[in-house]
Design a protein around this ligand. Structure first.
Ligand code: NAP
Length: 307
């Protein structure tokens, strides 16, 4: 019987692990299908307090893990595939092995969103990617396209301009979600071009099993044209990882956990932390703060229950 099971090993989960481990609760962290979370897919993080020169995302999250392990947190490879929160102790199936716990901290984050084109699905890993940091290297001297109008799209376009001969940012509107500083940086980058009011209709060439180009459409003029592309990078947001909690933890229409105040969910003893609940801030530092909050609430919950 565990005191605390933490689902997810990103910034939120690892911070919750540090706090609950220091409280002597011996937390078990289920690492999930993206160990380290989104920080493990990024490069330099310049806005996490305490690092005036910045720190690499994978280093930051690995340091957090080590810090949690110093205090006795245990990390488990694998993902939660099923849950039963209808009675206590709560039960979670880790790849088929059921475990029991008095409290749960859900820090399972959010995963990359895809356009949903059949050709996109067929070409994932063959020129279609949702991770510039992971795959940018393969497109040295090649034509790269980035889809999206948020900070991620600007960040990825800038990063990919180190490799590609040219980077085209395709965005479906004229207005951007990206912050001014990120947008200006991309706009001042001579390798980056913008195609606005434009959507992707098709990615070529699924039959050849490699990306060779795309069919684009201007949503204002309805003009349709083809463009050569070698690397196609999605940066169109994320979907919360709450599928395994469906029907148990209350979520909103998009699948984000509905907070009942603090770190509480609709189930007493089950807490939320990080991007799985937060559609507004979604920063490493806010996820870490949420992990701390969830840990403190789990601690108090256990204390009140006499554990
Ligand atoms: P986001 O802000 O939600 O932006 C997603 C973009 O993708 C939007 O421009 C959206 O278009 C577009 N989009 C969504 N679905 C689409 C579809 N089906 N087809 C075409 N376009 C689609 O997501 P994000 O850029 O990943 O950023 C998430 C959060 O992380 C933000 O709070 C951001 O500030 C933060 N972030 C910060 C940094 C940094 O500071 N270093 C870096 C990355 C991310 P519409 O605008 O038309 O909806």
């Amino acid at each position: 019987m565990h005191n605390v099971v933490i689902v997810g090993s990103g910034c939120a989960g690892n911070t919750a692990a540090i706090y609950t481990a220091r409280a002597n609760l011996k937390p078990l962290v289920v690492a999930g299908h993206e160990p380290g979370g989104q920080l493990s897919l990024t490069t330099l993080v310049e806005n996490y307090p305490g690092f005036p020169e910045g720190i690499n995302g994978p280093d930051l999250v690995e340091n957090m893990k080590k810090q949690a392990e110093v205090f006795g947190a245990e990390f488990l490879h694998g993902s939660v595939v099923d849950t039963d929160f209808s009675t206590r102790p709560f039960r979670l199936s880790i790849e088929g092995d059921w475990i029991e716990t008095r409290t749960v901290i859900v820090a399972s984050g959010a995963s990359a969103r895809w356009l949903g084109l059949p050709s996109e699905l067929a070409l994932i890993g063959k020129g279609v990617s949702s991770c510039a940091t992971c795959d940018g290297f393969f497109y040295r001297g090649k034509k790269i396209m980035v889809i999206g109008g948020g900070d991620s799209a600007m960040e990825e376009a800038n990063f990919l301009s180190r490799f590609g001969s040219e980077v085209t940012v395709v965005h479906r509107r004229e207005e951007f979600r990206a912050s001014k500083i990120m947008l200006d940086r991309a706009r001042h980058n001579t390798k980056i071009k913008f195609l606005l009011n434009t959507v992707i209709e098709e990615i070529y060439d699924a039959a050849k099993k490699v990306v060779t180009g795309v069919r684009l459409r201007n949503v204002k003029t309805d003009a349709v044209w083809d463009q050569d592309v070698d690397g196609f990078f999605l940066a169109i947001g994320h979907i919360p990882n709450t599928k395994v909690f469906k029907g148990q933890i209350e979520t909103d229409a998009d699948g984000y956990i509905v907070s009942k105040g603090g770190a509480r969910t609709n189930i007493a003893g089950v807490f939320h932390a990080g991007d799985v609940q937060d559609r507004t801030y979604r920063q490493a530092v806010t996820a870490a703060g949420a992990g701390c909050r969830a840990a403190m609430e789990a601690e108090r919950f256990l204390e009140a229950e006499g554990h």
